[in-house]
Design a binder for this molecule. Sequence first.
Ligand SMILES: [Zn+2]
Ligand SMILES: [Zn+2]
Length: 383
Amino acid sequence: MRETLKDLDYVLETTEPDKVKQALLQHPKMTETIGAGDTKVSVELDIGIKISVDFRLVEPKSYATTLHHFTGSKEHNIKMRQLAKKRDQKISEYGVEEENGTMHHFQTETEFFRFFDLPFIPPEVRVDGTEVERITEETRFLSLDDIRGDLHMHTTWSDGAYSIEEMIQANVQKGYDYMVITDHGKFLRVANGLDEERLQKQQAEIRRIAEKYPEIDVYSGVEMDILTDATLDFSDETLQNLDFVIASIHSGFSQTEEEIMARLKMAAENPYVRLIAHPTGRVIGRREPYAVNVPELIRLASETGTALELNANPERLDLKAEHLEMATKAGVKIAINTDAHDTKHLDFMELGVRAGIKGWLTKADVLNALSKEAFRAFIEKKK
Ligand SMILES: [Zn+2]
Ligand SMILES: [Zn+2]
């Protein structure tokens, strides 16, 4: 799974390729036919943006190997082909061929991998070929079901679109055991950030509304700014009354590494900061990360027991995969959060989990995969 893509490829299994081809060519969103052969139809679709789409039409028996072939990556496929070669077999998009010409077909990709004595390798980690050796029968990737709560979201108290109660209801809908409401602090005036007085009022309001929803534990937190002069938006006296404090950078993106790291260090060392959100500040395709030294940040997080975020917003996916691996190796807990400003954004969690799989996250690495009781204990234990 790459972070961005430029076209879409679909593999369609069919015993009637002509009929399927005609139907595809009449698709109402199609703006241009690029090519229409017996096994491949290439079109341009207008789905809000114009995008090239290839449809490959294959016989059902070849579906799994075709899917594997076009999913890639190229390096992963090379590695698999080398593996086959050692066994005098040949992988193609149609199946696996023996030297004597016998062709093996598979119902699923799982069966395909099993044929080579491998467990299923998720597409997210099919990257450079090393995954083929690294994966074992014991590898258990994180799954969406493992996520028991969302720890970063906004309401109408700052720049979110929905009220506290609407956000609680949406989280109940998700089947979560717990959630944390984390509106912006006072520094972010453009986002209607909360000052000490409103923060206190909001806490009381959260407590009042949460009583109606015993099925979910609702914690009050804040997303507090780490200011450009390496101080925090709130004093420790204010922070100590909150259940869960997130610190993040929304300003001074052009500062030097030394300045940025001084800010992050101070935040990590603060006794009330449990999580640093979107730790590098990148916005995919639009904004480079600020000058953060990620290995150093991971060391600070590990020393201070501060968690780091995998922000699941598709424009952020921050931390990225290689940094997630680095962090979990250092024993740093990762929180996968949607940073929802809208109830619909809660759905980003699925993307977050997939981005986490890309970084080989397991349930044990993830703070919000803790059970309801374990998360409550984490909140109560403090830092
Ligand atoms: Zn933020
Ligand atoms: Zn946020």
